[in-house]
Design a protein around this ligand. Structure first.
Ligand SMILES: Nc1ncnc2c1ncn2[C@@H]1O[C@H](COP(=O)(O)OP(=O)(O)O)[C@@H](O)[C@H]1O
Ligand SMILES: Cc1cn([C@H]2C[C@H](O)[C@@H](COP(=O)(O)O)O2)c(=O)[nH]c1=O
Length: 282
């Protein structure tokens, strides 16, 4: 896909490269949770074996996070630069909601390495490296101790696999053995650890909108992303969340059209507030 998108010439050189010194946040400040406008520690919770049956039937026989049943989990999904972080920021001051943004800064700075930048430069060589780390950090997000009745989380371990790993593999940029290793890890995790999701909010945008916003945000690593890549990521989202034809859905989906300007989007978030918060009573 990246090849089709005209990236292959720049991306296929093998070997470790020295990356430009991107401005990155120190890992200690990355992937923080916010509750009532304040930063809270996103510590991993304790995993315990599930007892006979909880309210969430799928938990049976799996490891569950201690205290799991009390909270609602809402995942905000959408294409790159669709407005997920903006949505989370909007809800971050709501009492009872804790928001967890995607740990992108960890993906940009892992002990001084930049797996995200490496992947965009050479997806065949570094796709497995990035996606292994994304899967770990996503799992960590899902299992971290919850400090509010409702948790809103940016993306999920599911979209990392069903959208991004899938995209790398389907486009021929990920060797079959790398895909197999990632799939085994994902299957083991989801078979043995209960990852609760009560609602998916899909911010549905056109790839053109995302391309415009991506350029405006101007993240250094993402400057090589062409419109065609966003189109393929869009199709994967549509297959999963709208057509429901690709992979299992971990929760019901609420679709919010998200091509509108910022002011209208804030209005849309407010309009959908009750539907979103209803996840806590499911
Ligand atoms: N509705 C909107 N209209 C115009 N620009 C937007 C809108 N929502 C977000 N943006 C801008 O687009 C860029 C990407 O938004 P962001 O929330 O970071 O997306 P994501 O988290 O999905 O990648 C940011 O520069 C943000 O300020
Ligand atoms: C989950 C996930 C993300 N990425 C890439 C895609 C984007 O470049 C960033 C995330 O930024 P966004 O603004 O939050 O969309 O990370 C990836 O390559 N693989 C993944 O699994």
């Amino acid at each position: 896909m990246l090849a089709a998108a005209g990236l292959s010439g720049r991306l296929l050189v093998r070997g470790v490269r020295t990356l430009p010194p991107y401005a990155v946040s120190p890992p200690s400040l990355c992937g923080v949770a916010y509750y009532r406008g304040k930063q809270t520690p996103a510590n991993s919770g304790t995993l315990i074996p599930s007892r006979a049956l909880s309210g969430r039937q799928q938990a049976t026989g799996k490891l569950v996070r201690n205290g799991e049943d009390k909270n609602a989990v809402i995942c905000i999904e959408g294409n790159i630069a669709s407005g997920k972080t903006t949505c989370l920021e909007y809800f971050s001051n709501t009492s009872n909601i804790e928001v967890l943004t995607e740990p992108v800064c960890k993906w940009r700075n892992l002990r001084g390495h930049n797996p995200l930048g490496l992947m965009y430069q050479d997806p065949e060589r570094w796709g497995l490296t990035l996606q292994t780390y994304v899967q770990l950090t996503m799992l960590d997000r899902h299992l971290s101790t919850i400090s509010a009745p409702i948790r809103m989380i940016e993306r999920s371990i599911f979209s990392a696999k069903y959208i991004f790993v899938e995209s790398l593999f389907k486009s021929g940029k990920m060797p079959e053995v790398d895909f197999a290793v990632l799939s085994e890890w994902f299957d083991w995790i989801t078979a043995n650890i209960f990852i609760p999701v009560d609602l998916i909010v899909y911010l549905q945008t056109s790839p053109q909108t995302c391309h415009k916003r991506l350029k405006q945000r101007s993240r250094e690593e993402e400057k090589v992303i062409p419109l065609e890549y966003l189109e393929s990521i869009h199709q994967l989202h549509e297959d999963w969340l709208i057509r429901k034809s690709s992979f299992p859905l971990p929760a019901p989906v609420l679709v919010i059209p998200a091509d509108h300007d910022l002011q209208e989007m804030l209005h849309q978030f407010e309009e959908n507030r009750d539907k979103i918060l209803a996840a806590s009573s499911l």
